[in-house]
Design a protein around this ligand. Structure first.
Ligand SMILES: Nc1ncnc2c1ncn2[C@@H]1O[C@H](COP(=O)(O)OP(=O)(O)OP(=O)(O)O)[C@@H](O)[C@H]1O
Ligand SMILES: [Mg+2]
Length: 297
């Protein structure tokens, strides 16, 4: 096994040195032709209990990928690994070309802050901060708290998710759908190339879910960010460029028909992603290729 592919990120691999410039370049990989995210052979256990193994995934700039799968199969765990919030047992995660498993904790946190936004199922909005302060948080963590343009950026972010005028409220004065839109504004305010969303519509009714998803998709498209979204909802997954099914032994691609019928489908009708990738998604992959080519120029 190649050393860069095989070792757990924190325990056995010595930290790799990356300059601040490299990390900034990686965090703006959305403008480049390289994959924003490349995962190879990722395996995760909790103690002796396996969660998933052999996860391969490549996400292009601007691509929207939905991940579905049964409850408990590891969708949230996988998203946490992709953000470098959790460790794994073997395999590799490259964000903008940088191997997360080889970074020191500090460098990984810096890359995560710059390169990713995370919308959690349970919002994770801080209750004692105002809506505007919650949205500004990523910029404060990136040392941009004194930027005179910050209040305008926060106002624009809130307006873009339909929450203009809500900045001075406390989270307890908002509905679930409004809180989720605060979380979306916060996840995107620093314009990360990669947005990870874990059941972002799981806690709201269906009409609010549509509004939240509309905000999320519009915002990621406007920022040309890539979106990886875990969901149980077929209608949410149906909006994605690609739908992948997480199973204990890997990530599988599914056509929309297979997705609808997946409860009845025997697993062998699903083709491993690594073998199909572009051919199974001809139109979508071709369009994304064009987007990537444009990004290069
Ligand atoms: N800290 C932990 N220690 C041990 N096992 C854990 C831990 N966190 C999660 N698990 C287990 O790992 C598995 C994957 O959990 P995860 O939350 O990633 O699933 P999921 O696919 O997101 O489920 P859901 O669709 O219900 O949100 C589950 O069996 C869960 O019980
Ligand atoms: Mg989950």
């Amino acid at each position: 096994m190649h050393p860069s592919e095989g070792a757990p990120p924190r325990r056995q691999v010595p930290p790799e040195r990356h300059t601040a410039t490299e990390i900034v370049q990686a965090s703006t990989a959305g403008a480049a032709a390289v994959a924003v995210l490349r995962v190879k052979g990722l395996t995760k256990n909790y103690g002796n209990v396996p969660v998933f193994s052999q996860i391969d995934l490549s996400v292009l700039p601007g691509e929207f990928v939905a991940i579905v799968g049964e409850s408990g199969v590891g969708k949230s765990t996988l998203l946490n690994c992709l953000a470098g919030l959790d460790t794994w047992d073997s395999g590799s995660v490259r964000l903008g070309g940088i191997d997360l498993g080889k970074l020191s904790d500090t460098a990984r946190a810096l890359l995560r802050r710059r390169a990713t936004g995370f919308v959690f199922q349970a919002f994770h909005v801080l209750p004692h901060l105002s809506v505007a302060q919650n949205v500004a948080l990523p910029l404060l963590l990136l040392g941009q708290g004194k930027d005179p343009a910050l209040p305008l950026r926060v106002d624009a972010a809130l307006e873009s998710v339909g929450l203009d005028g809500f900045g001075t409220r406390l989270p307890q004065q908002l509905s679930g759908g409004q809180l989720q839109r605060v979380a979306i504004a916060r996840a995107l305010i620093h314009r990360p190339p990669l947005l990870l969303a874990d059941e972002p519509t799981g806690n709201v009714d269906s009409s609010t879910a549509t509004k939240v998803l509309d905000s999320l998709v519009a915002q990621t498209r406007e920022h040309a960010a890539s979106l990886i979204l875990a969901t149980h909802s077929e209608s949410v997954a149906g909006r994605a460029d690609r739908v992948l099914i997480l199973r204990p032994d890997g990530l599988y691609s599914a056509s929309r028909q297979q997705l609808k019928a997946r409860v009845q489908e025997p697993p062998q009708t699903l083709v491993p992603l690594s073998e199909t990738d572009r051919s199974a998604y001809g139109d979508s992959a071709a369009r994304l290729h064009v987007m990537a080519e444009r990004g290069r120029g």
